[in-house]
Design a protein around this ligand. Structure first.
Ligand code: SF4
Length: 399
């Protein structure tokens, strides 16, 4: 079996380096213009160039999202954008709009063209059409069923990419007006505020009275989908012809990127080596923020169920290592911690669950303190073990 690619999201350079450290084969990112996820940090052309060089030096790839649905205003400057993107050394552009596709093809001939999930490819005829137009890869719509993938792959004759993990839309692969309706920020232009996660009720129109609908004591979340998780089914996807396993989440934290990439890296390597699925990876999935898990549409028409309120995780993201070392490390804080706390290390070199108890903390003013509580402050810690840059520290929510 050809080992499928593991494709990770990167909202900024730190997340990109985290993805590399934890084993991604390729990374997708957005330029400051034309990429969905306008709220992710996104990359300047210089940053994309640096990212491409870094990834290529390690035999990995960079794909850049240009998957906005363009209106006439967006076309202005797109030709120059395509040329500059081509100069960054990125490997491919990810496109959903036919007009953008044609301009990228003409002005960025050095870039491969991948068809975004927003183009909603769910059948072999659509895939073959895109391939005829020059696409080298199709990212399947999330609504695609597993049993249809072999025919789509045969029809297209090009690479197939499929989402295996991350948030789902309640609308058809992101074609949604909720956010634009409530806030004038369009999901189809990369500005979604995730209105589907809000709490909804029923309004009795003649009196304007809102009736609560309660699923649990927090209310009801009719439109909020569970997150996709296919970690147990990678073999089935690979057998069906999927060449690239994609993780959603460019606006999510370094912890999310590290945890999800780490788990899928191990699952793919085990699968390729003929080892059985390691059930500890399911526990890993619970440690990372999620809204309950679903296998989406892969195994049936119905798709992901809804009604999940806030994201949960069994572990909190405490800090990211900014300078490794043997016995001591400098870390950048994300959540309060104190002397006496037991922290767990998430590292690509670890077996699961290496822990240490915090004894010494030195703050950024070089003072010994008992508590670290300033988010993003860099503090030094005695760890009693060897840690490396971009390793993650986390703490069980039960302690
Ligand atoms: S509001 Fe929800 S369903 Fe709509 S585009 Fe945003 S995330 Fe997707």
């Amino acid at each position: 079996m050809k080992k499928p690619e593991l494709l990770a999201p990167a909202g900024n350079m730190n997340k990109l380096e985290t993805a590399i450290r934890f084993g991604a084969d390729a990374v997708y990112a957005a330029a400051k213009e034309y990429g969905l996820r306008a709220f992710a940090d996104n990359f300047t052309f210089d940053e994309l160039k640096r990212a491409a060089e870094l990834l290529h030096s390690q035999g990995r790839k960079l794909y850049v999202t240009v998957n906005t649905y363009a209106d006439e205003r967006d076309l202005k400057g797109l030709e120059e954008f395509a040329e500059r993107l081509s100069d960054t050394g990125a490997d491919a552009a990810l496109v959903s709009d036919l007009g953008v596709f044609s301009i990228m093809k003409k002005y960025a001939p050095g870039l491969q063209l991948h068809v975004s999930t927003q183009a909603n490819v769910t059948n072999s005829a659509a895939a073959a059409m895109w391939a005829d137009l020059g696409a080298s890869r199709i990212v399947l719509a999330r609504e695609t069923q597993l049993k249809d993938i072999p025919a789509i792959k045969r029809g297209a004759g090009v690479e197939i990419e499929a989402f295996v993990h991350g948030a789902m839309c309640i609308a058809y692969s992101g074609r949604c007006l909720l956010s634009a309706y409530f806030t004038d920020r369009s999901g189809n232009r990369g500005e979604c505020v995730q209105s589907c996660r809000w709490q909804y009720g029923i309004t009795e129109l003649s009196r304007g009275e809102t009736l609560p609908i309660e699923e649990d004591k927090r209310g009801t979340y009719l439109l909020s989908s569970k997150d996709l998780c296919l970690i147990e089914y990678l073999h089935e996807l690979a057998d069906a012809g999927v060449d690239s396993f994609k993780i959603e989440g460019r606006i999510k934290s370094e912890y999310y990127v590290a945890g999800v990439v780490n788990a899928y890296r191990r699952a793919i390597d085990d699968m390729a080596a003929g080892r059985p699925f390691d059930v500890r990876l399911l526990e890993e999935m619970q440690k990372i923020s999620h809204r309950g898990y679903t296998t989406g549409f892969y195994f049936g028409e119905r798709g992901g169920s809804t009604g999940e309120p806030k994201p949960t995780a069994s572990y909190d993201f405490i800090a990211v290592v900014t300078e490794g070392g043997d016995g001591y490390a400098e870390v950048e804080m994300r959540n309060r911690f104190a002397a006496g706390d037991t922290l767990e290390v998430l590292s690509p070199t670890d077996t699961f669950g290496r822990t240490f108890t915090v004894t010494e903390i030195e703050n950024s003013a070089h003072e010994r303190v008992l508590v670290a509580d300033k988010v993003q402050e860099r503090v030094k810690l005695r760890t009693g073990m060897c840690l490396e840059k971009y390793d993650i520290l986390r703490r069980s929510c039960r302690t």
